[in-house]
Design a protein around this ligand. Structure first.
Ligand SMILES: [Zn+2]
Length: 450
C-alpha cells in the first residue's frame, strides 16, 4: 500500500474495506431489498420451464405450443409481463422481431425474436441505459439441428433465468437510469440477437453505460479449491484492432491501457457484488471472453459500449453443445439436473445489485482531468460537477495493481490534490456518489491542456 496524504477528508481503505462503501447495512436500502427478493425457487422454475420446451434451437418450431423456440419465447414474454406487473405499469415488454438472411452460419433465413423488458429511469429519453442479457436459444452436438433435444439448461437457460429474476426483483423500484432486460436469440449461430439489438441501439444513439451478459452461469460444481464458488467476469481492455477512438488513444498515451470503460465497470461490479452478495465473489478476468470464444457482449463492444460477460468458474464440456446420451458410462447433455439453482440465484443477485446500484448512482463524472500545467510530484484531479451527486470519490492504485487500492471520499468538491504522490507511479479514477452511497463507475482522467 503506498503512502497516503493526510488531508482530513481522506479515508484510505484496503480492498476488503473498500466494499463497505456499498454496504447494505441500511434495511431501507432498496438494493438490499432487491437482492433479497431473488429466490432459487423462481430461478429453478424458469430453467425447468425452458428445458421443458425440448429444444430452443434457432431453427426449431416457432408455432408448436409446447416444443421449440417459439414456445420458449412466448413463455419468456409472459414471465417478463409478470415481472412488469410489479412495476406499476412502468416496465414494458416487447418482442424485437427480425429476419436473418441465409448466410454462412445459417442454411436458411430465420425469424429471430429478442424478448426485451424495459424499466424506464427518471432521466428519461437521452438518459443513461444499463442492459443485461441471457440467450434463450440452445443447441446440441449439431448447432443446426431443428428437432433433436437440446435442453440448454446451463447454456443458457441459467443466464436467461438470472435475467428474469433480476427483472422481477428490480421492477418495483424507481431508478435514475433505464434498465433493459433481454432474452436474446441466435447466439449459438452467430450472436445474431445481441448484434441486431446493439446495432439498433447505436443507430438510435442510445446512451448505454454498461452491458452485462450472463452465459453459462449454472453451477460452480466443476471448479476446485477453496475459492471454487465464484463467478468469472470477462472484461475487455485494449481493442482487438487499431482504433481511432480519441478517448482510447488518450488512455493509451497516458498508460491507461488497463482502464477501459469495460474494466472500470468490471471493478465496480466486483465491489458491488462483494458488498451485497458475499457468498459469490466476482473474479475479473482481463480478457474479452474465454480463449478464442465469444458471447453476446461482443456486439455491444463492437458498437462502442462497455460490455462484460459473466460465466461460471469452470465449464464442463460434456454438458454443453452435446446430444443427450450416455457413452462408455459418461453422461452427456446440458440437463436441468446439473444446474444449481442456489448458484444461479446468487448470479441473479450480483446482476440485480449491480444494476440497481448503477441506476441509483449519478452519471460518471465528465471533464475529469489530471492537471499538467507544470511538472510536479503532486497529482491534482479536477472534474465537472455531476447533477445528483452529493460527494465524489477518488480511487487510487499502483500501475501494477489489478484493482483499486484506495478509495478517498473528497466530499462535495470538484478538485482534489494528492500531495507528494506522483502521477508517474499511480492510476486514478473519479466517481460520483449519490445520497445513500451509490457510486458511479469511475472516469479515467485525461491530461489537462493547461
Ligand atoms: Zn451460451
Amino acid at each position: 500500500m503506498p503512502r497516503i496524504a493526510s488531508a482530513p477528508s481522506l479515508i484510505a481503505l484496503g480492498l476488503a474495506a473498500m466494499t463497505t462503501a456499498y454496504a447494505a447495512a441500511d434495511p431501507a436500502d432498496p438494493v438490499a431489498a432487491a437482492v433479497a427478493a431473488v429466490s432459487p425457487a423462481s430461478v429453478r422454475q424458469t430453467v425447468d420451464a425452458l428445458v421443458g420446451f425440448g429444444t430452443r434451437n434457432t431453427l426449431s418450431s416457432q408455432d408448436d405450443a409446447g416444443r421449440g423456440i417459439g414456445a420458449a419465447r412466448r413463455y419468456l414474454h409472459d414471465a417478463f409481463e409478470q415481472c412488469a406487473a410489479r412495476s406499476g405499469g412502468r416496465m414494458t415488454v416487447t418482442d424485437d422481431r427480425f429476419v436473418v438472411a441465409r448466410n454462412r452460419d445459417l442454411p436458411r433465413a430465420a425469424t429471430l425474436v429478442n424478448v426485451v423488458a424495459t424499466l424506464p429511469g427518471d432521466e428519461g429519453p437521452g438518459g443513461r441505459v444499463y442492459v443485461v442479457s441471457g440467450h434463450y436459444d440452445s443447441r446440441n452436438s449439431d448447432g443446426l439441428d431443428p428437432t433433436g433435444d437440446a435442453p440448454g439448461a446451463d447454456d443458457d437457460a441459467s443466464g436467461t433465468a438470472a435475467v428474469v429474476a433480476a427483472a422481477c426483483a428490480l421492477a418495483p423500484l424507481h431508478f435514475r437510469a433505464t434498465l433493459v432486460f433481454m432474452a436474446v436469440a441466435g447466439e449459438e449461430q452467430g450472436l445474431f440477437g445481441a448484434e441486431h439489438w446493439a446495432k439498433a441501439a447505436r443507430a438510435r444513439h442510445l446512451r448505454i453505460e454498461g452491458m452485462l451478459t450472463n452465459d453459462i452461469v449454472g453451477t460452480s460444481a466443476y471448479a476446485v479449491g477453496p475459492d471454487a464458488r465464484r463467478l468469472r467476469l470477462f472484461a475487455d481492455g485494449v481493442p482487438g484492432r487499431p482504433t481511432t477512438d480519441a478517448a482510447a488513444l488518450r488512455r493509451f498515451a497516458t498508460g491507461g491501457e488497463n482502464d477501459s470503460p469495460s474494466r472500470a465497470l468490471a471493478r465496480t461490479v466486483k465491489a458491488i457484488g462483494a458488498s451485497y452478495v458475499p457468498t459469490l465473489p466476482v473474479e475479473i478476468i482481463y480478457r474479452r471472453d474465454r480463449y478464442l470464444r465469444g458471447g453476446d457482449h461482443l456486439p455491444f463492444l463492437e458498437a462502442g459500449y462497455a460490455a462484460l460477460r459473466f460465466t461460471e468458474p469452470r465449464e464442463n464440456f460434456d454438458r454443453q453443445h452435446q446430444d443427450v446420451r450416455t457413452e462408455n458410462g459418461v453422461r452427456y447433455g446440458d440437463l436441468a439436473e446439473y444446474v444449481d439453482a442456489d448458484y444461479v440465484a446468487d448470479v441473479a443477485r450480483v446482476n440485480a445489485a449491480t444494476l440497481a446500484t448503477l441506476a441509483l448512482a449519478p452519471p460518471t463524472p465528465t471533464g475529469v482531468q489530471l492537471v499538467t500545467a507544470k511538472l510536479e510530484n503532486d497529482s491534482t484531479l479536477r472534474w465537472n460537477a455531476v447533477p445528483g451527486a452529493t460527494t465524489y470519490r477518488v480511487l487510487v492504485r499502483r500501475t501494477t495493481s489489478a484493482d483499486w487500492e484506495e478509495s478517498i471520499e473528497v466530499g462535495d468538491a470538484t478538485r482534489y490534490t494528492l500531495e507528494g504522490r506522483s502521477k508517474d507511479d499511480l492510476l486514478f479514477g473519479v466517481a460520483a456518489v449519490a445520497a445513500g452511497g451509490y457510486a458511479s463507475p469511475p472516469a479515467y482522467p485525461d491530461p489537462s491542456a493547461d
